[in-house]
Design a protein around this ligand. Structure first.
Ligand code: HH2
Length: 302
């Protein structure tokens, strides 16, 4: 049982830091939205709630945090730019002011990305893979920020109409390659880019399973792979339980994805995922965690 090789493990972020993705890294989700599919409304409106949740996530082993102000669940309504900035900015400021882990902003909009980077975020997580707002690549390049390119088709409101593939792993690989090329054209450095299959985005439950099983196809793009299986509906199809009860299922998906080549795991329930991945890493390396040491998450940029 040998996990897929990670060829280019350093992920360069804004501000001269890098994350070492040769060890599994857990990204904690902070949705400051009223309507996210599993945690909508829990953290909306009061940055101190998000800060408390973030502290607990870091304590539980989160290596980075992802702040989102727009739900992208199937059928979600778009959020105006000014409203998204109003939701996200105070939280990004509060987190970067107090915590030492890198902060990512989950947005498809250049103006939101620009405001968040100015407030100290160091990664832009674009679920549209640069297809929604043509200006966002330039903002990432200018800020020398990290960039997550997630695969989806269409818009959240209509994406499930586009869930038709000849070979889902090969098609997602090809479409992500196009996204990587457009990031390069916008001036984003190769080592700033991470790719993501977009679990549940324009994918049926079975297509999501195939992608998680065949992540090595995405690893062939030569960049670290991030996955976001957390509490998603493919788990509901398997387990027949509501989102809040998909925590163990999420951890199982993270472990499977780790062995298939993923390095970064975007989850709501950080502690459970961290524990599961520590065990997976120990099995993969055939050594106890103390011999692996604490992951050196933030390394100086060479
Ligand atoms: N999934 C969601 C949002 N952002 N970003 C990346 N890179 N990968 C993902 O799989 C991903 C993502 C959707 O999940 P969530 O944030 O929990 O829900 P919502 O979009 O309803 O806020």
């Amino acid at each position: 049982m040998i996990p897929v090789r990670r060829d280019a493990p350093l992920w360069r972020l804004a501000g001269g830091t890098s994350l070492d993705t040769s060890r599994p890294l857990v990204m904690g989700i902070l949705n400051v939205t009223p309507d996210s599919f599993s945690d909508g409304g829990e953290l909306a409106g009061d940055p101190s709630l998000a800060l408390d949740r973030a502290r607990a996530m870091v304590e539980a082993g989160a290596a980075l945090l992802d702040v989102g102000g727009e739900s992208t669940r199937p059928g979600a309504d778009p959020v105006p730019e000014a409203e998204e900035i109003r939701r996200v900015l105070p939280v990004v400021k509060a987190l970067t002011g107090e915590l030492s882990v890198p902060v990512s902003v989950d947005t498809r909009k250049a103006a939101v990305a620009r405001a968040a980077l100015a407030a100290g975020a160091v990664i832009v997580n674009d679920v549209s893979g640069l297809t929604h707002d043509p200006a966002i690549g330039g903002v990432v390049a200018e800020g020398r920020a990290g960039l997550v390119l997630m695969h989806m088709r269409g818009e959240p409101a209509t994406m499930m109409q586009h869930a038709h593939y000849d070979d889902v792993a090969a098609d997602v690989q090809n479409e992500l390659r196009v996204a990587v090329e457009s990031a390069r054209r916008a001036g984003v450095a190769d080592d700033a880019i991470v790719v993501d299959p977009g679990i549940g985005f324009a994918k049926t439950a079975e297509q999501s399973l195939v992608l998680l099983h065949r992540l090595e196809v995405l690893a062939e793009l030569g960049r670290p792979v991030l996955v976001g299986p957390s509490r998603k509906s493919f788990l509901g199809h398997i387990l027949k339980v509501p989102p809040a009860q998909r925590v163990v299922g999420t951890a199982a998906a993270c472990v499977a994805a780790y062995f298939a080549g993923a390095s970064i795991f975007r989850v709501h329930d950080v502690g459970v995922a961290v524990e599961a991945l520590r065990v997976a890493e120990a099995i993969a390396g055939e050594v106890l965690p103390e011999r692996l040491g604490v992951p050196a998450t933030v390394a100086p940029t060479p």
